[in-house]
Design a protein around this ligand. Structure first.
Ligand code: ADP
Ligand code: MG
Length: 631
């Protein structure tokens, strides 16, 4: 038997890092600025605890392009490195100085905001550079600056240099032929704004022209003077890093526009996230107006790690139903460089998702309790998120009765308990089930709504496109509750009536009326059904079985295992009101043609009110009606 160590030689691993470490080459800049930030924050920490006896001052990071030299430089005023430290931290691939620092200063440094983790970030520079130089001088007294040069092969040179006298590190990237886009000012600006816009150390990139205020005694036609000032790219203190008690609602709005400069509409409200146990997470979520705008592709929630932008693909971290929101989430516990599938399986990530769900539910509860009227006004814009949450997130559904509103067609809003109280026992069927009548479209189902209201029933307006799923969910989680759309088959018979309606026709008359209608219509889609309704109710009403319509709806909006279950038959009930005057009239008409015309006309009217009269049938109907007028 032979035992030994597998030999991983750097020659082999280096091209691998270069090629596969990061799918996105552009992140090299994020990595190098993260290192510069770490170096600065380390110095801040060490001066803070008295271990570094130097002036911390107002350090910043500078990014510079030199097109002629084909270099990109990142310069910081952080702790710098001695020759030994370069040997240790740079020459050892996958040894993280950041992790070592956090280990060493455990308790005191845990909130220092240090970003580095894996000890691989620095080498991402070789994805865009053919040669990298480091010129660095440690903050420690009596150390001299050193220069490290490496051309991407495992060989490097390291020597003392007199070129640098102040503390800090300068990274010089000699940009490779195939990466010259990173010498373009616009490209670098774009990357800085994408990844570094909220990083904690000021980042200077070029200069900008600033207009000076006019002196008070300036002449009326005086032109204001301008001056060149450093252009600081980032806001080192974004709102989510500040305590909510130190922020006004205006601050939140300002931050919203800072985050989404192209978004002009104000959000409805915000939720400030802040937790440090069992994981660290801060952030601010905004509820945009959603009613007519489901354009969630742009301006999505952004994920940060210690103020470094990571991604706006937050699927798996943020529960699906909250992907409609905007804002930021920042957590040092979300690993920077890992794959999506790993993220979704990660325990910390799962906890984050359920924490956010809970926070949103709590916020909704306090919003409705603080100002019910305002909440009702916003309901139409936020309902889709809440309904989606009820359908997809059990934990959210459990809490949702506290803040889910049920609007009626005439503009009242009920919480679940209020609704139940209001309609018990008047809306109960013979088995004691509570029947909740609703409409999905107040215009299209107008006649049905009217007739339900005439009988004294409340009709809810539930018009979201996923409402069938929500109803399904409510019916399975609540006891003895059925939702019935106003135009559904059984509405007339559903609700237990105090006094039964008396029948005007006898059984033979009914038989003959039914036969007349069936023979005239001949359409297999319609099941003719005679009912003793109020004489003032419509003579003919077309209804559709609740279950069938709901299946169709659910299939159309997906989910519930309904995909690919197409081909539901078209089925309608034709309810004939045997107590109507019209029924009398049909029976009394002797002439067969006249009788048939009466029935056809009434059917057309019923179809019309259910939006079923279309095409040629509609044209014919209109023509016949004009003929009628002439008579
Ligand atoms: P990580 O940041 O994950 O620790 P990196 O590969 O990005 O790994 O960097 C390796 C180490 O090199 C850092 O931990 C740090 O000790 C050192 N280093 C890199 N850049 C700088 C810098 N600008 N100033 C001081 N030290 C640096
Ligand atoms: Mg790093």
């Amino acid at each position: 038997m032979t035992k030994g160590n597998i030999n991983v030689s750097v020659e082999n691993i280096f091209p691998l890092i270069k090629k596969f470490l990061y799918s996105d080459h552009e992140i090299f800049l994020r990595e190098l600025i993260s290192n510069a930030t770490d170096a600065t924050l380390k110095l801040k920490h060490l001066t803070g605890i008295g271990e570094a006896k130097v002036e911390y001052g107002n350090p910043r990071i500078e990014v510079k392009i030199d097109k002629e030299q084909k270099t990109l430089r990142i310069i910081d005023q952080g702790i710098g490195m001695t020759a030994e430290e370069v040997e240790k931290y740079i020459n050892q691939v996958a040894f993280s100085g950041a992790e070592e620092f956090l280990e060493k200063y455990k308790d005191s440094a845990k909130d220092s905001g240090i970003i580095g983790h894996f000890g691989l970030g620095f080498y991402s520079a070789f994805m865009v550079a053919e040669k990298v130089e480091i010129i660095t001088k440690s903050y420690r007294d009596g150390t001299s600056a050193v220069r490290w040069i490496c051309d991407g092969s495992p060989e490097f040179t390291l020597e003392e240099t007199a070129d640098k006298t102040d503390r800090g590190t300068e990274i010089i990237l000699h940009i490779a032929e195939d990466s010259t886009e990173f010498l373009e000012e616009s490209k670098i600006r774009e990357l800085l704004l994408k990844y570094n816009k909220f990083m904690p150390v000021p980042i200077k990139f070029g200069t900008k022209t600033q207009t000076l205020p006019l002196p008070e005694d300036a002449a009326e036609d005086a032109k204001p003077e301008t001056e060149e000032v450093d252009n600081i790219i980032n806001n080192p203190n974004p709102a989510w890093t500040i305590a909510p008690s130190d922020l006004t609602s205006e601050d939140y709005m300002t931050f919203y526009h800072e985050l989404y400069p192209m978004q002009f509409e104000e959000p409805l409200f915000h939720i400030h996230l802040n937790v440090d146990y069992p994981f660290n997470l801060t952030g601010i979520l905004f509820f945009p107006k959603l009613a007519n705008n489901l354009n969630i592709e742009k301006d999505k929630i952004q994920l940060y790690q210690n103020q470094v932008f990571v991604t706006d693909e937050v699927k798996g971290i943020v529960p699906d139903f909250l992907m409609l929101l905007r804002g930021v989430i920042d957590s040092p516990d979300i690993p920077l460089n890992v794959s999506r599938s790993y993220l979704q399986a990660d325990g910390a990530v799962k906890k984050i998702s359920s924490y956010i769900t809970k926070k949103v539910a709590d916020k909704m509860t306090s919003l409705i309790n603080e100002n019910r009227e305002d909440y009702e006004q916003k309901w139409n814009d936020i309902k889709i998120v809440i309904e989606y949450g009820i359908v997809s997130e059990e934990k959210f559904a459990e809490k949702s009765d506290k803040f889910t509103l049920y609007p009626t067609v005439d503009g009242k809003y009920f919480l679940w308990n209020e609704l139940v109280e209001k309609i018990t026992p008047s809306h109960t069927d013979k088995d004691g089930n509570l029947i909740i009548l609703y409409t999905s479209n107040a215009d299209e189902q107008h006649s049905y709504i009217q007739s339900a209201q005439d009988k004294g029933y409340e009709v809810l307006l539930l018009d979201s496109h996923i409402i069938s799923h929500v109803i399904q969910k409510l019916e399975s989680s609540k006891e003895k509750v059925s939702f019935v759309r106003v135009d559904a088959d059984h509405v007339n018979n559903l609700i237990k009536k105090d006094e039964p309606v008396i029948s005007k026709l006898n059984d033979t008359e009914k038989e003959s009326l039914k036969k007349n209608v069936e023979e005239t219509i001949k359409d297999k889609k319609f099941t003719v059904q005679l009912e003793d309704l109020d004489s003032s109710d419509a003579p003919f009403t077309i209804t559709q079985p609740e279950f069938l319509r709901r299946m169709k709806d659910m299939q159309a909006t997906g989910g519930g295992g309904m995909f690919g279950m197409g081909g539901f038959p078209e089925m309608y009930n034709l309810v004939v009101n045997s107590n109507s005057e019209f029924a009398d009239q049909v029976l009394k008409t002797e002439n067969t043609e006249e009788k048939e015309n009466l029935i056809k006309y009434a059917l057309d009217l019923a179809k019309l009110s259910q939006n079923l009269l279309k095409g040629k049938d509609l044209t014919d109907f209109i023509q016949r009606s004009y003929q009628q007028l002439k008579k």
